[in-house]
Design a protein. Structure first.
Length: 164
């Protein structure tokens, strides 16, 4: 083999090697199949808070709402359904992102509710597959003169009306 032929063969091998390297670099790298990391299920729900003043005028209230199980965070607070309690109730903003909140409101309206009324809506972020358990405590309810009245507090998941 002459030197010229040897140089030519070496150059051809270098060219072939360069073409193979280029072809490999333009194809996507294949990775071994792996299981994707499972993300915890996150859902958002709203809970309506009701107070029944049992025929007396509801002038003020204070309640405590909390989760006893599950990974629940409060992410928002809205007011109620009547003009007297349409504005969001008072609460500690630091309570948001927690699983417990104390709400309070009062009204000096002349037409205070005397029947069961929605006084607030809480927006919750729920992580995981666990159905949380909630508790609601009525701390105090008062009439238009701030005198304590017998009342009951309840809650229910908000079910949005379907849009057709």
């Amino acid at each position: 083999m002459t030197i010229n032929r040897l140089i030519m063969v070496v150059m051809m091998l270098c060219g072939v090697t360069a073409m193979v390297a280029h072809a490999q670099s333009t194809q996507p790298a294949t990775q071994p199949a792996t299981q994707p990391a499972t993300q915890p299920v996150t859902q958002f729900k709203a809970v309506d808070i009701y107070i029944d003043p049992q025929g007396q005028m509801l002038g003020a209230y204070q309640i405590e709402f909390f989760s006893t199980s599950g990974d629940v965070k409060l992410v928002g607070v809205e007011g109620g359904e009547t003009e007297s309690y349409k504005k969001a109730p008072y609460y500690d903003p630091k309570a948001l992102q927690q699983s417990r909140i104390i709400l309070a409101a009062f009204s000096t309206d002349s037409s205070l509710p005397t029947d069961k009324v929605r006084v607030a809506r809480l927006h919750l972020q729920i992580r995981g597959d666990v159905n949380p358990v909630y508790e609601l405590k009525l701390i105090v309810a008062g009439d238009k003169d701030a005198k304590p009245i017998k009342a009951t507090a309840t809650f229910a998941y908000y079910a949005a009306a379907s849009q057709e």
